[in-house]
Design a binder for this molecule. Structure first.
Ligand code: ADP
Ligand code: MG
Length: 900
């Protein structure tokens, strides 16, 4: 009879799968930006992004408001490798006049209790961080804030809805501070579901769902940031408080709700709200049973149709009664006793029937709960793209804990609904209060870490003012390099290149070019056509220069170069032709003419002996002679910056600057002859190779150099030299990052404090990894994969930090480079006496070309620091090789003209 009567409360698996699907759809709705406003399941971001990692430590306070009892806790977390913690708690009553009174009274009461707790635990003299477990739906925009959306359960305090409860608590604490001498700092607002997940997460790293089945019901889980429309950022995960109690408030469950559910809802504090919760949680199950019994009695199905006053009284049957009646092991005695207390006179049949009603009501609760949980688990599994998933659900709540059959039933149904999830249900022993302390502990750890990371990266943040200073200093150094009296000691050497003209389009012929100075050595054959068929054709071959040759003797180096040329000529079948050759040699050379260049000093990765102070053209000629196999007409020695400028100049006559941002960093530009004191003549212009990489070698930018820069410098081939280059170019950026990572690891902020073997290796962190890691399209998981390739075993949080470090280093590089370039364009503008300058910069270099942000930040900085210059950046396609050929062609043309 009862079965037939309560037919609608018995849910088959098909119905549950349907509920599961409905709940899944609701979750998606709640997560979407446009659909959230009308979603019933609010899917609230909690700003809890990390689970405990075991390195938390300290002493924390927590208060827990919103469950059946109000509690204060003290939690000590030990960083002893055993993840131990200590919890002491005290319960306080929640009188009806407080939880249905006004806001100020509520928070005063909370603080009174806390103050009492601190008194008893002797904590009054301490300044402690506090986590606030507040188990009502709150809209958060950060961890320590929560706007109450609505009261639920048995709470209804006036003047709190739509206000920030953390602020109210802080305010109450502030008022108490003076009179009671307590000093606590509210660091986190936590929903009880989150607290439960965190508590269980401390013991089981796999825990990523928190579930409450008590006075109320609710669940939270770790969602991928990229699915959370309401919070900026795509990286990592964040805990979502589903607030699933409101599922069905739009009528989505009306087909499952019975007349009893409707009646119960009408008599509640919040009619029409929390309809799912009202079918599940312990606050309502007793009342549901009462309503059913009442109706059955009235219809004569129970107790001989005799209704007692007690049965007519709201709230007379509570959850504890339902639980007791369902203790089947104890037969019918409990049931009988409870019914007698309600002034009912049950027959044995009545008792069996009532027991059965209780079972149907509480089983439905477990079924519905299981369906929604199954939806969450499925979502988690799909997020992880796993076919099978192992996970842990942290659970708390009186109904789950004390009801004799509830837990078993729930587990069984969940496993039936999601057979591809291996679920561990972990009961939270110490409850949501400890969880709030854990959240606080994690927040505390993260805040402390954040401070340390910010401190480490602060020197990389350059203010506009600092950048202006850099620009001004660069300008001063440029002038020193040009002046006769100061140029000898200048750090920015401003080397004349004897390149005085740009191509005019009449150049033609076949040329050889060499490109030495970066990562690769190349030999090129360049065919230039003039006139209507104006074009440049190139053939090239790349040769490696082994480290032992880069850093061996000069003779070996040049013999190797000639060997490569011989291979190339052979390969192209042009060994007999005595072609004019341009030699791109990207190191500082003092030139006395276009085909003479004395090496001032090696930079970047080169350090061959017996070359400094020698003429590189002579050395090349001698090597060719030594080989005695072919002859070449070496016409020009060219810096790569100049080659780049010339290449772009061939397309755009406005191009008067050449910039390299590759292995090294350097700039050249067209200077008025009258300003170049060390070269005779005042007519026309000549290209100056600034060699600005040496900027700062006199200490003028030491104020912005960090300890990491100094370490990189000391570990380099040329300590003390090229200080600006070492802050701005591809050869060093990765190394700066590595130094920072080592330091952060030493401080215990990364890689669990373990400096891996690979992190110790100089050069392991190449600049191309910066580009990869900083790419916007890259998900965090991929960053982790890159780090893994480097032998660095990183967590999600590690990856975020590494990415930040890379960003700081590359941004500073681009800004410094921009400040230098601003000095040059401003100088040119002033020299021309122009209000505005329109100019093109030819650029080459893999850092500029491939880094996702470098070029943009560089351009923005120039715009900011030289607002009166309109600078166009032109990428040079294969600039240095082609440029050398063009210079050779120009030189050849001018030479021929001269001869004629
Ligand atoms: P050059 O050695 O002539 O300067 P490039 O302009 O090609 O040659 O620069 C090579 C340098 O660029 C490498 O030494 C490295 O530091 C850097 N680099 C290589 N790949 C990348 C990348 N993907 N992103 C940024 N920088 C890179
Ligand atoms: Mg190059």
């Amino acid at each position: 009879q009862v079965d037939r009567y309560l037919y609608h409360m018995r849910l088959s698996d098909d119905v549950l799968l349907d509920v599961m699907a409905r709940f899944q759809a609701e979750m998606v709705k709640g997560l979407g930006k446009d659909t959230n406003p009308t979603a019933t399941v609010k899917m609230l971001p909690t700003f809890v992004r990390s689970l405990p990692d075991g390195s938390e430590k300290g002493e924390f306070l927590a208060v827990d408001l919103g469950g059946s009892q109000f509690r204060a806790h003290q939690v000590k977390v030990f960083d002893d490798g055993k993840q131990s913690s200590q919890l002491e708690s005290k319960f306080y009553p929640t009188p009806k006049e407080v939880i249905q009174g006004n806001g100020a009274e509520l928070f005063d009461y909370v603080v009174d209790c806390l103050s009492d707790f601190m008194e008893t635990k002797n904590l009054k003299h301490k300044k402690l961080p506090l986590g606030f477990t507040f188990s009502f739906p709150c809209k958060q925009t950060k961890l320590e804030e929560g706007i109450l959306l609505a009261w639920t359960k048995h709470f209804k305090v006036r003047g709190v809805q739509d206000t920030d409860v953390v602020r109210s608590l802080r305010k109450a604490l502030q008022q108490h501070k003076a009179s009671f001498d307590i000093d606590v700092d509210v660091l986190a607002l936590v929903n009880d579901t989150v607290g439960t997940m965190m508590t269980c997460g401390y013991d089981d790293q796999r825990c990523e769902v928190g579930l409450i089945i008590g006075t109320g019901t609710n669940a939270c889980y770790m969602e991928e940031m990229r699915h959370i429309d309401l919070v900026e950022g795509d990286e990592g995960r964040m805990c979502i408080n589903t607030e699933w109690g409101a599922f069905g408030d739009d009528g989505a469950l009306d087909d499952l709700r019975t007349e009893f559910d409707r009646e119960l809802d009408l008599g509640s504090l919040n009619p029409g709200k929390q309809l799912f919760e009202k079918m599940i949680s312990s606050l309502y199950l007793g009342e549901l049973v009462r309503l059913i019994l009442l109706k059955m009695t009235k219809e004569g199905l129970l107790f001989n149709g005799k209704v007692s006053t007690a049965l007519l009284t709201k709230g007379k049957i509570e959850m504890k009664h339902v639980s007791a009646m369902e203790k089947y092991k104890e037969g019918l005695s409990n049931t009988k006793e409870i019914l007698m207390e309600l002034n009912l006179f049950p027959s044995e049949e009545d008792c069996i029937a009532v027991q059965h009603v209780c079972t149907i009501v509480s089983f439905r609760s477990a079924n519905l709960c299981a369906a929604a949980l199954a939806a969450i688990l499925t979502r988690l599994r799909e997020n992880k793209k796993l076919l099978r998933m192992r996970t842990t659900v942290g659970i708390d709540g009186g109904l789950y804990k004390t009801h004799p059959q509830y837990a078993k039933r729930l587990h069984k149904v969940v496993r039936r609904l999601v057979p591809n999830c291996d679920v561990r249900f972990l009961l939270s022993v110490s409850g949501s209060g400890k969880g709030a302390a854990m959240v606080t502990a994690v927040a505390y750890r993260l805040a402390a870490q954040r401070k340390q990371i910010d401190a480490a990266l602060a020197p990389f943040l350059l203010s506009l003012e600092t950048l202006r200073e850099v620009k001004d200093k660069m300008r001063t150094e440029l002038e020193y390099g040009l002046k006769r009296e100061t140029q000898a000691s200048a750090t920015v050497k401003m080397l004349p290149t004897y390149v005085c003209g740009t191509p005019d389009g009449t150049e033609k012929g076949k040329f050889l070019a060499l490109d030495l100075g970066g990562t690769n050595f190349r030999v090129l054959l360049v065919k230039i056509r003039s006139g209507r068929r104006r074009s440049v054709q190139m053939y090239n071959k790349i040769f490696a220069i082994p480290l032992e040759i880069m850093q061996g003797t000069g003779e070996e180096l040049f013999d190797h170069i000639v060997q490569c040329i011989a291979d190339f000529l052979e390969y192209m079948g042009i060994k007999g032709a005595r072609l004019p050759l341009g030699f791109t040699f990207s190191f500082p050379c003092r030139q006395a003419s276009i085909d003479k260049g004395t090496l001032v000093g090696w930079t970047k990765g080169f350090k061959a002996t017996d070359c400094e102070g020698e003429d590189v053209v002579d050395m090349l000629r001698e090597a060719i002679r030594r080989r005695n196999e072919f002859d070449l007409d070496i016409v020009a020695v060219v810096n790569d910056t100049v080659g780049t400028m010339m290449t772009c100049g061939y397309e755009d006559p406005n191009c008067e600057i050449g910039l390299i941002a590759g292995t090294g960093s350097n700039v050249c530009y067209m200077e008025d002859m009258k300003n170049i004191e060390i070269v005779e003549g005042n007519e026309g212009k000549m290209c100056i190779n600034t060699e600005w990489g040496g900027f700062g070698d006199n200490g003028c930018i030491d104020n912005i150099r960090t300890k990491y820069d100094k370490e990189v410098d000391e570990g380099s081939l040329n300590p003390g030299k090229q200080r600006y280059e070492k802050m701005t170019s591809g050869m060093y950026l990765g190394e700066i990052v590595r130094q920072i990572l080592i330091d952060l690891t030493k401080q215990g902020l990364l890689f669990r404090g373990q400096i891996s073997e690979s992190l110790r290796k100089r050069g392991i962190f190449e600049t191309k990894f910066l580009s990869q890691i900083e790419s916007d399209r890259l998900a965090l998981l991929q960053v982790r994969r890159i780090l893994q390739q480097l032998g660095l075993d990183s967590t999600c949080e590690d990856s975020i930090i590494v990415k930040e470090v890379c960003g700081a280093v590359s941004k500073r590089a681009a800004q410094l480079c921009g400040a230098g370039l601003a000095a040059i364009v401003e100088k040119k503008r002033e020299d021309q006496g122009a209000e505005h300058l329109q100019i093109t910069v030819g650029v080459d270099g893999t850092l500029y070309k491939l880094h996702p942000h470098f070029s943009r930040v560089l351009r923005e900085t120039v715009k900011e620091l030289a607002p009166r210059c309109d600078v166009t950046f032109m990428l040079s396609e294969d600039g240095s090789g082609k440029g050398a050929a063009l210079i050779t062609a120009v030189a050849k043309r001018l030479h021929n003209v001269g001869q004629k």
